[in-house]
Write a protein that binds this ligand. Structure first.
Ligand SMILES: [Cu+2]
Length: 138
């Protein structure tokens, strides 16, 4: 658990591995392309373990990327009705990349257990506009 928290806090250019590293120190690569208003993942299924997300903002807006364990229902909204309540999602949040401008390429590494996960952008209206996607860890 401590390890997961440490990785969740890791944002840009993270090269530390959780555990002893080794042959698969880089983890499974997932390319993420964000644009107004979609999130495209290079793969929708990844094996459990270390996963490295390389996130490209194809613009034209700034975009965030938040990775959470999926819920049965849609994500909880704040009172504004257009952004997701990150507060309510805290217990299931795996990683958060704050907003970055068009052209930005960022990485985040996480250690994922089996399950279904959702990624989304929480700039005002972006989640509602379609900026979310699911993937499964097997
Ligand atoms: Cu966005």
């Amino acid at each position: 658990m401590l390890c997961r928290i440490a990785l969740a806090a890791l944002v840009i250019g993270g090269l530390t591995a959780c555990g002893s590293g080794g042959a698969h120190a880089d983890g499974t690569l997932v390319q993420v392309k964000e644009k107004d208003f979609r999130i495209l993942l290079s793969r929708k299924r990844v094996p459990a373990g270390d996963v490295r997300f390389v996130v490209h903002n194809a613009g034209p807006d700034d975009h965030e990327l938040i990775i959470v364990r999926a819920r049965r229902r849609s994500l909880p909204l704040r009172n504004d009705g257009v952004t997701v309540s990150e507060q309510k999602l805290k217990p299931q949040t795996v990683a958060t990349l704050e907003a970055a401008g068009p052209g930005a390429v960022r990485q985040v590494r996480v250690h994922l257990a089996r399950g279904t996960y959702e990624v989304f952008c929480n700039m005002a209206g972006h989640y509602m506009g379609g900026m979310h996607a699911f993937f499964v860890v097997t």
